[in-house]
Design a protein around this ligand. Structure first.
Ligand code: 3EB
Length: 339
């Protein structure tokens, strides 16, 4: 446990580390894995890992004293100025008389719960949100489910008095293999700063071709924390301007995605005024739409980041049907358990 950053990412943490007092929360992809303490926030994502393990999990740990609780439907742990929370929303409960609006209302409900929790618990600085929902690219009731999700998310940002552009959190939104809408998030007592990508139109400014309500996220978020600068790079894809580029070419999409991440790292250094993180210093999750594309994605990632790069691969649908890969990252904190 390092003192400087106060936050550490522990990949494939052993069960005793996750059960310990220094674990802020867990994100778990694939199978069920070890039973964890009931008061530990754990995001269980129903999506296969492409690692040679049935279940891949990452623990956020900290040296701060932690407190666990439930606020509304949010399970959280907090301490040292950071709060990790998870929640799960059953879409069917929002069907009512207007089935077509169920996902939008479920997403709005999830985000209203999230904002109510972070505000009441004194951690209003929403830094990073991970969103997973089943059938993300399916057209249901006349519109793509990802677009319905975007509408509900934006409804809640507006209803809770949050900005819809500018200072918005880093995020990712991926398709899960099944189950409910699930969210995890990191929030802070301090104020995060949003980072955009000069190569891309900001997502909150996407033209209506991508949906009547634009997605509410920034390309990355920075936070001064415990003497370190934490950086969360949103899910990043092969988009230049607002257009998907390299249709059908997973290798070129991967290279473009990595170029976008490099541009975000440049911009984060400019916004934050600190040293520029080298891409190889971050930890990554790569979401691959088609399992058969894994070797191609991995080859491009290894070429760009080096074979020592810390990258975990997960199968998931990406939020535009023409995107084959999406990559997220975090840095500025130690990463344990991946050498
Ligand atoms: C993109 O750049 C690709 O809706 O929260 C990336 C990161 C994407 C976050 C979100 C979507 C989201 O538009 C998709």
């Amino acid at each position: 446990m390092t003192l400087a950053a106060g936050l550490e990412l522990y990949w494939q943490a052993p069960a005793d580390a996750m059960a310990g007092a220094q674990c802020l929360g867990v994100m778990r992809f694939g199978g069920a894995g070890a039973v964890l303490p009931a008061n530990l926030p754990c995001l269980q994502v129903d999506t296969p890992t492409l690692q040679p393990v049935p279940c891949w999990q990452a623990a956020w740990t900290t040296d701060a004293a932690l407190e666990s609780g439930i606020h509304g439907e949010v399970r959280y742990r907090r301490g040292g100025g950071l709060l990790f929370g998870v929640l799960r929303v059953r879409e069917a409960e929002f069907a009512g008389e207007d089935v077509a609006g169920a996902l939008q209302r479920a997403a709005a409900h999830a985000y209203r719960q999230l904002f109510a929790a972070v505000d009441a618990l004194g951690h209003p600085g929403l830094l990073r949100v991970w969103n997973y929902l089943p059938r993300i690219n399916a057209i249901e009731h006349g519109s793509e489910r990802y677009r319905q999700f975007n509408a509900g998310r934006q409804d809640a940002f507006a209803a809770c008095g949050r900005a819809l552009s500018g200072e918005v959190p880093a995020a990712c939104a991926l398709g899960s293999a099944g189950g409910d809408l699930v969210l995890a998030f990191l929030a802070s007592t301090g104020r995060p700063r949003a980072v955009e990508n000069p190569r891309q139109v900001s997502a909150y400014d996407y033209p209506v071709d991508y949906g009547p309500r634009s997605p509410t996220f920034s390309r990355a978020a920075l936070l001064q924390h415990g003497g370190a600068t934490l950086l969360f790079v949103s899910g990043t894809a092969s988009i230049v301007g607002h257009r998907t580029v390299h249709l059908g070419d997973v290798r070129a999409q991967t290279r473009e995605t990595l170029a976008n991440i490099e541009a975000v790292l440049d911009e984060a250094a400019r916004v934050g005024g600190g040293p520029r993180l080298p891409a190889a210093a971050l930890g990554y999750i790569a979401y691959v739409r088609h399992t058969a594309d894994l070797p191609a994605v991995r080859a491009e990632v290894d070429t760009h980041l080096g074979e020592q790069a810390r990258v975990v691969y997960v199968q998931a649908d990406v939020c535009r049907a023409d995107l084959l890969v999406e990559i997220e990252a975090s840095g500025g904190h130690p990463i344990q358990g991946c050498d």
